[in-house]
Design a binder for this molecule. Structure first.
Ligand code: ITT
Length: 206
């Protein structure tokens, strides 16, 4: 029997926690902790210019500080008609104190009258181990921005994002369905696929 490895899920975003925690629990080999289970956490300034860079910053800062393996996500929405905005600034698109609703309202205002509404979500997932090199996995989900919000599931921009091939927004599909098709699901799948190569992590929990 392999002892579970402690893994810190380093995000303050409740929506992300819900999506990450399920997948990580499914791996069956981790004792999962959140930032709330730790002592005072260092403040991490996300000042890189890419999703991957910011995810790596967060994962390495927490892994080093707490001495445990750490999984951190940096993600956001890139809209083609506005040069990929809000991109890495998705969480604060509507300014300091932005909420999910002020963010998606600002996006709909920016796109008023715009017919080209293609967009994609990106998730960069960084997996840091103290004293070892960090791995980063990326997932994308392509779709279009709707003209109005629809649905009550999910978080962030889900209510204005309709994945390609779907008639529903990510806030209208059941959470299980989002966990199957999303950018975060794809990044998680790529990370989970590498775990069996680790000497002290046994995905099958044998
Ligand atoms: P942490 O840094 O603590 O993880 P955060 O919310 O600040 O939390 P980010 O800097 O990665 O995280 O910003 C991600 C933002 O992108 C998030 O606040 C949403 O507005 C948006 N976003 C990311 N993934 C999303 C998803 O699956 N559905 C809808 N919006 C999403």
């Amino acid at each position: 029997m392999t002892r579970p490895t402690t893994l810190l899920l380093a995000t303050t975003n409740a929506g992300k926690v819900a999506e990450l925690a399920d997948a990580v629990a499914g791996a069956g080999c981790f004792r999962v902790l959140g930032l709330g289970d730790m002592g005072k956490a260092p403040e991490v300034v996300e000042n890189e210019t890419t999703f991957a860079g910011n995810a790596r910053l967060k994962a390495e800062a927490y892994a080093t500080h707490f001495g445990v393996k750490c999984l951190a996500d940096d993600s956001g929405l890139c809209v083609d008609a506005i040069a990929g905005a809000p991109g890495i600034h998705s969480a604060r698109y509507a300014g300091l104190g932005a909420t999910d609703e002020t963010n998606w309202r600002k996006l709909l205002t920016e796109l008023a009258g715009v017919s080209e509404r293609s967009a994609h979500f990106v998730c960069a997932l960084a997996y840091a181990t103290p004293g070892a090199s960090t791995e980063v996995f990326e997932g994308k989900c392509a779709g279009v921005i709707t003209n109005a919000p629809r649905g009550t599931y999910g978080f962030g921009y889900d209510c204005v994002f309709q994945p390609l091939g779907s008639a529903l927004t990510l806030a209208e599909v059941q959470p299980e369905e989002k966990r199957r098709i999303s950018h975060r699901a794809k990044a998680l799948a790529a990370w989970l696929a590498t775990l069996n190569a680790e000497p002290n992590v046994d995905v099958k929990g044998t």
